[in-house]
Design a protein around this ligand. Structure first.
Ligand code: CLF
Ligand code: SF4
Length: 493
Protein backbone atom coordinates (compact mmCIF):
# COMPACT_ATOMS: atom_id res chain seq x y z
CA UNK A 1 0.00 0.00 0.00
CA UNK A 2 1.45 3.41 -0.90
CA UNK A 3 1.91 5.94 1.88
CA UNK A 4 -0.54 8.84 2.03
CA UNK A 5 1.15 12.14 1.22
CA UNK A 6 0.20 14.82 3.68
CA UNK A 7 0.54 18.48 2.70
CA UNK A 8 1.90 20.59 5.55
CA UNK A 9 3.31 24.07 5.11
CA UNK A 10 3.58 23.55 1.38
CA UNK A 11 5.45 20.24 1.71
CA UNK A 12 4.29 16.73 0.95
CA UNK A 13 5.31 14.37 3.72
CA UNK A 14 4.88 10.63 4.00
CA UNK A 15 6.17 9.48 7.37
CA UNK A 16 5.88 10.29 11.03
CA UNK A 17 9.43 11.63 11.03
CA UNK A 18 8.76 13.78 7.94
CA UNK A 19 5.61 15.07 9.55
CA UNK A 20 7.53 16.20 12.62
CA UNK A 21 10.12 17.94 10.45
CA UNK A 22 7.46 19.67 8.35
CA UNK A 23 5.66 20.88 11.45
CA UNK A 24 8.92 22.27 12.73
CA UNK A 25 9.07 24.47 9.63
CA UNK A 26 5.54 25.82 9.81
CA UNK A 27 2.71 25.76 12.32
CA UNK A 28 1.37 27.60 15.31
CA UNK A 29 1.84 27.77 19.00
CA UNK A 30 2.26 25.56 22.04
CA UNK A 31 1.63 25.05 25.73
CA UNK A 32 1.77 22.26 28.29
CA UNK A 33 -0.87 22.01 30.95
CA UNK A 34 -3.65 24.11 32.34
CA UNK A 35 -7.21 23.50 33.52
CA UNK A 36 -8.19 21.61 30.41
CA UNK A 37 -5.05 19.52 30.16
CA UNK A 38 -6.72 16.34 31.29
CA UNK A 39 -6.19 13.24 29.21
CA UNK A 40 -8.17 10.06 28.61
CA UNK A 41 -7.44 8.84 32.14
CA UNK A 42 -9.23 11.85 33.64
CA UNK A 43 -12.57 11.64 31.85
CA UNK A 44 -15.07 9.20 30.43
CA UNK A 45 -14.33 7.92 26.89
CA UNK A 46 -17.29 9.80 25.41
CA UNK A 47 -16.06 13.16 26.72
CA UNK A 48 -12.48 12.43 25.73
CA UNK A 49 -13.66 11.63 22.19
CA UNK A 50 -15.30 15.05 22.05
CA UNK A 51 -12.34 17.05 23.33
CA UNK A 52 -9.27 15.21 22.13
CA UNK A 53 -9.13 17.04 18.79
CA UNK A 54 -10.52 20.37 19.97
CA UNK A 55 -7.76 22.96 20.42
CA UNK A 56 -9.79 25.13 22.81
CA UNK A 57 -11.42 22.44 24.94
CA UNK A 58 -8.21 20.47 25.41
CA UNK A 59 -4.99 22.32 26.13
CA UNK A 60 -3.11 19.20 25.10
CA UNK A 61 -4.93 19.13 21.73
CA UNK A 62 -3.98 22.69 20.94
CA UNK A 63 -0.42 21.59 20.21
CA UNK A 64 -1.73 19.62 17.27
CA UNK A 65 -5.11 20.81 16.02
CA UNK A 66 -6.35 23.92 14.27
CA UNK A 67 -9.64 25.76 14.30
CA UNK A 68 -11.12 28.15 11.82
CA UNK A 69 -13.85 30.74 12.20
CA UNK A 70 -16.23 32.09 9.59
CA UNK A 71 -18.02 35.41 10.10
CA UNK A 72 -21.49 34.58 8.79
CA UNK A 73 -23.85 35.86 11.50
CA UNK A 74 -23.52 39.64 11.86
CA UNK A 75 -26.79 40.41 13.68
CA UNK A 76 -26.78 40.69 17.47
CA UNK A 77 -29.52 40.92 20.07
CA UNK A 78 -27.62 42.68 22.85
CA UNK A 79 -25.09 45.45 23.27
CA UNK A 80 -21.96 44.84 25.31
CA UNK A 81 -20.10 47.92 26.51
CA UNK A 82 -16.82 46.43 25.23
CA UNK A 83 -18.09 45.83 21.71
CA UNK A 84 -18.18 47.73 18.48
CA UNK A 85 -19.28 45.18 15.91
CA UNK A 86 -17.23 46.95 13.28
CA UNK A 87 -14.27 45.34 15.03
CA UNK A 88 -15.70 41.86 15.62
CA UNK A 89 -17.47 40.27 18.61
CA UNK A 90 -15.30 40.85 21.64
CA UNK A 91 -17.06 38.01 23.48
CA UNK A 92 -14.93 35.41 21.76
CA UNK A 93 -12.42 37.23 19.66
CA UNK A 94 -9.80 39.92 19.62
CA UNK A 95 -11.27 43.15 18.31
CA UNK A 96 -9.30 45.31 15.93
CA UNK A 97 -9.57 44.05 12.38
CA UNK A 98 -12.79 43.73 10.47
CA UNK A 99 -13.51 40.16 9.38
CA UNK A 100 -14.62 39.29 5.88
CA UNK A 101 -18.41 38.80 6.08
CA UNK A 102 -19.49 35.65 4.26
CA UNK A 103 -22.70 34.05 3.06
CA UNK A 104 -23.17 30.44 4.23
CA UNK A 105 -22.22 29.23 0.73
CA UNK A 106 -19.05 31.33 0.66
CA UNK A 107 -18.19 30.16 4.17
CA UNK A 108 -18.66 26.49 3.26
CA UNK A 109 -16.37 26.92 0.24
CA UNK A 110 -13.75 28.55 2.40
CA UNK A 111 -13.91 25.72 4.96
CA UNK A 112 -13.44 23.17 2.17
CA UNK A 113 -10.39 25.08 0.91
CA UNK A 114 -8.80 25.28 4.35
CA UNK A 115 -9.55 21.62 5.08
CA UNK A 116 -7.84 20.71 1.79
CA UNK A 117 -4.57 22.39 2.73
CA UNK A 118 -4.46 22.36 6.55
CA UNK A 119 -4.64 18.74 7.75
CA UNK A 120 -4.55 19.97 11.35
CA UNK A 121 -8.02 21.47 10.90
CA UNK A 122 -10.49 19.80 13.26
CA UNK A 123 -12.99 22.50 14.26
CA UNK A 124 -15.18 25.06 12.55
CA UNK A 125 -16.36 27.81 14.89
CA UNK A 126 -18.82 30.65 14.44
CA UNK A 127 -17.79 33.34 16.87
CA UNK A 128 -19.08 36.70 15.72
CA UNK A 129 -19.20 39.47 14.86
CA UNK A 130 -22.82 39.19 15.92
CA UNK A 131 -24.47 36.34 17.76
CA UNK A 132 -24.45 32.86 16.24
CA UNK A 133 -27.65 31.83 18.06
CA UNK A 134 -29.57 35.02 17.28
CA UNK A 135 -28.55 34.99 13.60
CA UNK A 136 -29.45 31.30 13.67
CA UNK A 137 -30.66 30.91 10.09
CA UNK A 138 -27.19 31.74 8.73
CA UNK A 139 -25.38 29.76 11.41
CA UNK A 140 -27.50 26.66 10.75
CA UNK A 141 -27.17 26.95 6.96
CA UNK A 142 -23.38 27.17 7.25
CA UNK A 143 -23.08 24.21 9.61
CA UNK A 144 -25.41 22.09 7.45
CA UNK A 145 -23.36 22.73 4.32
CA UNK A 146 -20.07 21.94 6.08
CA UNK A 147 -21.38 18.84 7.87
CA UNK A 148 -22.51 17.41 4.51
CA UNK A 149 -19.06 17.71 2.92
CA UNK A 150 -16.76 17.42 5.94
CA UNK A 151 -18.34 15.14 8.55
CA UNK A 152 -15.02 14.79 10.41
CA UNK A 153 -14.87 18.53 11.25
CA UNK A 154 -16.35 19.40 14.65
CA UNK A 155 -18.85 22.25 14.85
CA UNK A 156 -18.51 24.87 17.56
CA UNK A 157 -20.43 28.05 18.28
CA UNK A 158 -20.18 30.99 20.59
CA UNK A 159 -23.13 33.04 21.87
CA UNK A 160 -24.18 35.56 24.47
CA UNK A 161 -26.82 33.00 25.47
CA UNK A 162 -29.95 35.11 25.09
CA UNK A 163 -31.34 33.21 22.09
CA UNK A 164 -29.67 29.86 22.84
CA UNK A 165 -32.54 28.11 24.68
CA UNK A 166 -34.63 28.36 21.49
CA UNK A 167 -32.14 26.27 19.52
CA UNK A 168 -30.98 23.55 21.89
CA UNK A 169 -32.91 20.78 20.09
CA UNK A 170 -31.40 21.73 16.75
CA UNK A 171 -27.92 22.08 18.26
CA UNK A 172 -28.16 18.53 19.59
CA UNK A 173 -29.68 17.19 16.36
CA UNK A 174 -26.85 18.76 14.34
CA UNK A 175 -24.16 17.17 16.55
CA UNK A 176 -22.79 20.52 17.69
CA UNK A 177 -20.84 19.24 20.69
CA UNK A 178 -19.21 22.49 21.77
CA UNK A 179 -20.97 25.71 22.72
CA UNK A 180 -19.46 28.75 24.38
CA UNK A 181 -21.63 31.15 26.40
CA UNK A 182 -20.20 34.48 27.50
CA UNK A 183 -21.29 35.17 31.08
CA UNK A 184 -19.75 38.25 32.66
CA UNK A 185 -22.02 38.57 35.68
CA UNK A 186 -24.71 36.68 37.56
CA UNK A 187 -25.62 39.71 39.64
CA UNK A 188 -27.85 42.04 37.55
CA UNK A 189 -26.58 45.00 39.59
CA UNK A 190 -23.20 44.36 37.98
CA UNK A 191 -24.58 43.14 34.66
CA UNK A 192 -26.44 46.39 34.02
CA UNK A 193 -23.09 48.21 33.83
CA UNK A 194 -21.85 45.81 31.16
CA UNK A 195 -24.96 45.57 28.97
CA UNK A 196 -26.79 48.85 28.18
CA UNK A 197 -29.62 47.00 26.42
CA UNK A 198 -30.89 43.69 25.13
CA UNK A 199 -33.54 42.90 22.52
CA UNK A 200 -35.83 40.15 23.76
CA UNK A 201 -39.41 39.08 22.96
CA UNK A 202 -39.77 41.83 20.39
CA UNK A 203 -38.78 44.59 22.79
CA UNK A 204 -35.67 46.52 23.68
CA UNK A 205 -34.97 46.38 27.43
CA UNK A 206 -32.38 47.99 29.65
CA UNK A 207 -31.08 48.30 33.22
CA UNK A 208 -31.72 45.63 35.85
CA UNK A 209 -34.54 44.10 33.78
CA UNK A 210 -32.23 43.48 30.81
CA UNK A 211 -29.39 42.11 32.96
CA UNK A 212 -31.79 39.78 34.80
CA UNK A 213 -33.35 38.35 31.64
CA UNK A 214 -29.92 37.85 30.09
CA UNK A 215 -28.57 36.13 33.22
CA UNK A 216 -31.59 33.82 33.45
CA UNK A 217 -31.41 32.85 29.78
CA UNK A 218 -27.66 32.20 30.06
CA UNK A 219 -28.15 29.90 33.05
CA UNK A 220 -31.03 28.16 31.31
CA UNK A 221 -28.91 27.62 28.18
CA UNK A 222 -26.08 26.17 30.23
CA UNK A 223 -28.35 23.77 32.09
CA UNK A 224 -30.22 22.65 28.97
CA UNK A 225 -27.07 22.05 26.94
CA UNK A 226 -25.29 20.25 29.77
CA UNK A 227 -28.29 18.01 30.28
CA UNK A 228 -28.20 17.06 26.60
CA UNK A 229 -24.49 16.18 26.64
CA UNK A 230 -23.17 19.31 24.90
CA UNK A 231 -19.86 20.54 26.33
CA UNK A 232 -20.26 24.15 27.40
CA UNK A 233 -17.36 26.53 27.83
CA UNK A 234 -18.12 29.77 29.65
CA UNK A 235 -16.21 32.89 28.66
CA UNK A 236 -16.02 35.80 31.09
CA UNK A 237 -14.46 39.14 30.23
CA UNK A 238 -12.53 40.45 33.24
CA UNK A 239 -13.35 44.15 33.72
CA UNK A 240 -11.28 45.62 36.57
CA UNK A 241 -13.37 47.38 39.20
CA UNK A 242 -16.59 45.93 37.80
CA UNK A 243 -16.60 42.14 37.90
CA UNK A 244 -13.13 41.06 39.12
CA UNK A 245 -14.15 39.74 42.53
CA UNK A 246 -17.56 38.75 41.19
CA UNK A 247 -16.08 36.31 38.66
CA UNK A 248 -15.35 33.93 41.52
CA UNK A 249 -19.12 33.74 42.07
CA UNK A 250 -19.65 33.30 38.35
CA UNK A 251 -17.15 30.43 38.36
CA UNK A 252 -19.03 28.66 41.16
CA UNK A 253 -22.42 29.22 39.52
CA UNK A 254 -21.36 27.84 36.14
CA UNK A 255 -19.60 24.88 37.69
CA UNK A 256 -22.79 24.01 39.56
CA UNK A 257 -24.66 24.01 36.25
CA UNK A 258 -22.20 21.75 34.47
CA UNK A 259 -19.81 24.08 32.60
CA UNK A 260 -16.92 22.06 31.19
CA UNK A 261 -14.46 24.95 31.16
CA UNK A 262 -14.28 28.57 32.32
CA UNK A 263 -12.22 30.96 30.21
CA UNK A 264 -11.53 34.23 32.02
CA UNK A 265 -10.35 36.67 29.35
CA UNK A 266 -8.86 40.13 29.83
CA UNK A 267 -10.92 43.08 28.62
CA UNK A 268 -9.27 44.63 25.56
CA UNK A 269 -10.14 48.30 25.71
CA UNK A 270 -8.86 50.78 23.16
CA UNK A 271 -10.45 54.17 22.47
CA UNK A 272 -9.66 53.62 18.78
CA UNK A 273 -12.23 50.81 18.71
CA UNK A 274 -14.98 53.25 19.65
CA UNK A 275 -16.52 51.05 22.34
CA UNK A 276 -18.24 52.53 25.39
CA UNK A 277 -15.54 51.17 27.69
CA UNK A 278 -12.78 52.32 25.34
CA UNK A 279 -14.17 55.84 25.13
CA UNK A 280 -14.85 56.19 28.85
CA UNK A 281 -11.40 55.06 29.95
CA UNK A 282 -12.31 51.64 31.39
CA UNK A 283 -8.99 49.84 31.39
CA UNK A 284 -8.25 46.16 30.90
CA UNK A 285 -6.59 44.07 33.64
CA UNK A 286 -2.85 43.62 34.04
CA UNK A 287 -1.45 40.12 33.72
CA UNK A 288 -1.11 39.96 37.49
CA UNK A 289 -4.76 40.97 38.00
CA UNK A 290 -5.90 38.30 35.56
CA UNK A 291 -3.78 35.65 37.26
CA UNK A 292 -5.09 36.68 40.68
CA UNK A 293 -8.71 36.12 39.64
CA UNK A 294 -7.84 32.86 37.90
CA UNK A 295 -5.97 31.63 40.96
CA UNK A 296 -8.88 32.63 43.20
CA UNK A 297 -11.11 30.35 41.09
CA UNK A 298 -8.93 27.29 41.78
CA UNK A 299 -11.03 24.34 42.81
CA UNK A 300 -14.06 25.59 40.88
CA UNK A 301 -14.87 25.06 37.21
CA UNK A 302 -11.78 24.02 35.22
CA UNK A 303 -9.99 27.06 33.87
CA UNK A 304 -8.82 27.53 30.31
CA UNK A 305 -5.48 29.33 30.23
CA UNK A 306 -4.42 28.86 26.64
CA UNK A 307 -7.00 31.10 24.93
CA UNK A 308 -5.47 33.49 22.39
CA UNK A 309 -8.54 35.71 21.93
CA UNK A 310 -8.37 34.93 18.27
CA UNK A 311 -10.16 36.78 15.50
CA UNK A 312 -13.66 36.03 14.26
CA UNK A 313 -12.13 34.85 10.98
CA UNK A 314 -9.03 33.15 12.44
CA UNK A 315 -7.53 30.11 10.67
CA UNK A 316 -4.85 27.79 12.01
CA UNK A 317 -3.40 26.57 15.28
CA UNK A 318 -4.15 28.81 18.27
CA UNK A 319 -1.50 31.50 18.35
CA UNK A 320 -1.20 31.70 14.58
CA UNK A 321 -3.62 33.33 12.21
CA UNK A 322 -3.57 32.29 8.60
CA UNK A 323 -6.90 33.98 7.88
CA UNK A 324 -5.32 36.29 5.32
CA UNK A 325 -4.10 33.26 3.30
CA UNK A 326 -7.70 32.16 2.78
CA UNK A 327 -9.67 35.26 1.86
CA UNK A 328 -12.33 34.68 -0.82
CA UNK A 329 -10.19 36.11 -3.60
CA UNK A 330 -7.41 33.62 -2.81
CA UNK A 331 -9.51 30.44 -2.84
CA UNK A 332 -8.69 28.08 -5.72
CA UNK A 333 -11.25 27.32 -8.45
CA UNK A 334 -10.93 23.60 -7.86
CA UNK A 335 -10.88 22.35 -4.28
CA UNK A 336 -9.68 18.81 -3.69
CA UNK A 337 -10.72 16.31 -1.03
CA UNK A 338 -8.13 15.84 1.73
CA UNK A 339 -10.10 13.56 4.04
CA UNK A 340 -7.39 10.92 3.81
CA UNK A 341 -4.66 13.41 4.67
CA UNK A 342 -6.54 14.60 7.77
CA UNK A 343 -7.06 11.02 8.82
CA UNK A 344 -3.36 10.22 8.36
CA UNK A 345 -2.47 13.33 10.34
CA UNK A 346 -4.70 12.21 13.22
CA UNK A 347 -3.01 8.80 13.23
CA UNK A 348 0.33 10.58 13.46
CA UNK A 349 -0.93 12.71 16.37
CA UNK A 350 -2.07 9.59 18.23
CA UNK A 351 1.49 8.20 18.02
CA UNK A 352 3.04 11.52 18.97
CA UNK A 353 0.75 11.81 21.96
CA UNK A 354 1.85 8.44 23.29
CA UNK A 355 5.50 9.29 22.72
CA UNK A 356 5.20 12.73 24.33
CA UNK A 357 3.29 11.40 27.34
CA UNK A 358 6.10 8.90 28.00
CA UNK A 359 8.76 11.62 27.53
CA UNK A 360 6.90 13.96 29.89
CA UNK A 361 6.59 11.31 32.59
CA UNK A 362 10.33 10.68 32.35
CA UNK A 363 11.11 14.42 32.42
CA UNK A 364 8.88 15.04 35.43
CA UNK A 365 10.52 12.21 37.33
CA UNK A 366 13.87 13.84 36.56
CA UNK A 367 12.84 17.19 38.04
CA UNK A 368 11.23 15.69 41.13
CA UNK A 369 14.20 16.78 43.22
CA UNK A 370 14.07 20.38 41.97
CA UNK A 371 13.97 22.57 45.04
CA UNK A 372 13.11 25.99 43.62
CA UNK A 373 10.45 26.65 40.96
CA UNK A 374 12.02 27.83 37.69
CA UNK A 375 10.35 29.64 34.79
CA UNK A 376 11.11 28.92 31.13
CA UNK A 377 10.11 30.93 28.05
CA UNK A 378 9.65 28.57 25.10
CA UNK A 379 9.71 29.38 21.37
CA UNK A 380 7.58 26.81 19.56
CA UNK A 381 5.41 26.30 16.51
CA UNK A 382 3.44 23.45 18.04
CA UNK A 383 3.67 19.67 18.51
CA UNK A 384 4.97 20.31 22.02
CA UNK A 385 8.53 20.80 20.77
CA UNK A 386 11.28 23.42 20.81
CA UNK A 387 11.06 24.25 17.13
CA UNK A 388 11.02 28.01 16.57
CA UNK A 389 13.81 30.52 15.98
CA UNK A 390 13.96 33.22 18.66
CA UNK A 391 13.74 35.99 16.05
CA UNK A 392 10.45 34.66 14.70
CA UNK A 393 8.60 34.20 17.98
CA UNK A 394 5.57 36.45 18.43
CA UNK A 395 4.68 34.84 21.72
CA UNK A 396 6.55 32.90 24.39
CA UNK A 397 5.05 29.93 26.15
CA UNK A 398 5.80 30.16 29.85
CA UNK A 399 6.46 26.92 31.70
CA UNK A 400 7.10 26.42 35.37
CA UNK A 401 9.10 23.48 36.69
CA UNK A 402 9.38 22.39 40.29
CA UNK A 403 9.13 19.26 42.40
CA UNK A 404 5.45 18.94 41.44
CA UNK A 405 6.25 18.67 37.74
CA UNK A 406 6.50 20.77 34.58
CA UNK A 407 3.47 22.78 33.56
CA UNK A 408 2.30 25.48 31.20
CA UNK A 409 1.36 28.63 33.12
CA UNK A 410 0.53 31.07 30.30
CA UNK A 411 1.82 32.84 27.26
CA UNK A 412 3.31 36.29 26.77
CA UNK A 413 3.06 38.19 23.55
CA UNK A 414 5.77 40.34 21.97
CA UNK A 415 6.45 41.31 18.37
CA UNK A 416 9.05 39.13 16.63
CA UNK A 417 12.59 40.45 17.15
CA UNK A 418 13.83 39.73 13.65
CA UNK A 419 12.64 42.03 10.87
CA UNK A 420 13.87 41.08 7.41
CA UNK A 421 17.23 39.81 8.65
CA UNK A 422 17.82 42.59 11.19
CA UNK A 423 17.09 42.72 14.89
CA UNK A 424 14.81 45.51 16.13
CA UNK A 425 16.06 47.26 19.27
CA UNK A 426 12.65 48.50 20.40
CA UNK A 427 11.19 45.02 20.03
CA UNK A 428 14.05 43.56 22.06
CA UNK A 429 13.33 46.07 24.83
CA UNK A 430 9.72 44.87 24.88
CA UNK A 431 10.79 41.20 24.93
CA UNK A 432 13.08 41.91 27.88
CA UNK A 433 10.19 43.62 29.63
CA UNK A 434 7.72 40.76 29.15
CA UNK A 435 10.31 38.14 30.14
CA UNK A 436 11.63 40.14 33.09
CA UNK A 437 11.06 37.35 35.63
CA UNK A 438 12.10 34.42 33.40
CA UNK A 439 15.68 33.11 33.75
CA UNK A 440 15.72 30.65 30.80
CA UNK A 441 14.65 30.87 27.17
CA UNK A 442 14.46 27.79 24.95
CA UNK A 443 14.49 28.18 21.17
CA UNK A 444 15.66 26.29 18.09
CA UNK A 445 18.20 28.97 17.14
CA UNK A 446 19.35 32.40 18.27
CA UNK A 447 22.01 34.83 17.01
CA UNK A 448 24.95 36.05 19.08
CA UNK A 449 23.60 39.62 19.34
CA UNK A 450 20.21 38.82 20.88
CA UNK A 451 21.76 36.07 23.04
CA UNK A 452 24.09 38.69 24.53
CA UNK A 453 21.27 41.20 25.13
CA UNK A 454 19.23 38.52 26.88
CA UNK A 455 22.22 37.44 28.97
CA UNK A 456 22.82 41.02 30.08
CA UNK A 457 19.21 41.07 31.31
CA UNK A 458 19.74 37.81 33.23
CA UNK A 459 18.03 35.50 30.71
CA UNK A 460 20.02 32.51 29.48
CA UNK A 461 19.10 31.60 25.89
CA UNK A 462 19.47 27.90 25.12
CA UNK A 463 19.32 26.61 21.53
CA UNK A 464 21.08 23.27 21.95
CA UNK A 465 17.86 21.33 22.52
CA UNK A 466 16.05 22.07 19.26
CA UNK A 467 13.30 19.57 18.33
CA UNK A 468 13.17 18.08 21.83
CA UNK A 469 9.84 17.92 23.62
CA UNK A 470 9.46 20.97 25.83
CA UNK A 471 9.32 18.93 29.02
CA UNK A 472 12.37 16.88 28.06
CA UNK A 473 14.34 20.05 27.30
CA UNK A 474 13.35 21.69 30.59
CA UNK A 475 14.39 18.59 32.54
CA UNK A 476 17.73 18.56 30.67
CA UNK A 477 18.40 22.21 31.55
CA UNK A 478 17.56 21.72 35.22
CA UNK A 479 19.66 18.57 35.34
CA UNK A 480 22.62 20.38 33.75
CA UNK A 481 22.29 23.19 36.30
CA UNK A 482 22.17 20.77 39.20
CA UNK A 483 25.22 18.93 37.95
CA UNK A 484 26.82 22.18 36.77
CA UNK A 485 27.30 20.91 33.24
CA UNK A 486 28.01 23.77 30.85
CA UNK A 487 27.49 23.65 27.08
CA UNK A 488 23.72 23.37 26.57
CA UNK A 489 23.70 26.59 24.62
CA UNK A 490 26.05 25.21 22.04
CA UNK A 491 25.27 21.54 21.94
CA UNK A 492 23.05 18.91 23.48
CA UNK A 493 23.64 18.04 27.11
FE1 CLF B 1 -13.58 29.11 17.99
FE2 CLF B 1 -14.25 29.51 20.44
FE3 CLF B 1 -14.95 27.29 19.25
FE4 CLF B 1 -12.44 27.73 19.92
S1 CLF B 1 -11.98 29.97 19.68
S2 CLF B 1 -15.66 29.29 18.70
S3 CLF B 1 -14.15 27.49 21.33
S4 CLF B 1 -13.19 26.99 17.94
FE5 CLF B 1 -10.54 29.27 21.46
FE6 CLF B 1 -10.07 31.46 20.15
FE7 CLF B 1 -9.99 31.49 22.80
FE8 CLF B 1 -12.26 31.19 21.53
S5 CLF B 1 -8.62 30.41 21.47
S6 CLF B 1 -10.98 32.98 21.43
S7 CLF B 1 -11.54 29.98 23.27
FE1 SF4 C 1 -20.74 42.51 20.39
FE2 SF4 C 1 -20.73 39.89 20.69
FE3 SF4 C 1 -21.69 41.50 22.66
FE4 SF4 C 1 -23.06 41.19 20.37
S1 SF4 C 1 -22.61 39.59 21.91
S2 SF4 C 1 -22.62 43.12 21.42
S3 SF4 C 1 -21.41 41.04 18.84
S4 SF4 C 1 -19.55 41.35 21.98
Amino acid sequence: MSATLIPISGLQVASRKDMGAALAKGGGCSAGSCGSSQGPADMDPETWAKVKDHPCYSEEAHHYFARMHVAVAPACNIQCNYCNRKYDCANESRPGVVSERLTPEQAARKVLAVAASVPQLSVLGIAGPGDAAYDWRRTRATFELVAKDLPDIKLCLSSNGLALPDHVDEIVAMNIDHVTITINAIDPEIGQHIYPWIFHDGKRRSGIEAATILRDRQMQSLEMLHERGVLVKVNSVLIPGLNDDHLIEVNKAVKARGAFLHNIMPLISDPAHGTHFGLTGQRGPTGAELKKVQDACAGGANLMRHCRQCRADAVGLLGEDRGQDFTLDKLPEEIGDATEARSAYRDWVAEERRDRAAATAEAEAAVAETAKPALFAVCTRGSGRINLHFGKATEFQIYEADARGIRFVGHRRADNYCLGGHGDTARMDEILRVLGDVPYLLCSKIGDGPRKRLAEAGIEAIDGLAQDYIETAIAAVLHSKQTARPGLSAERA
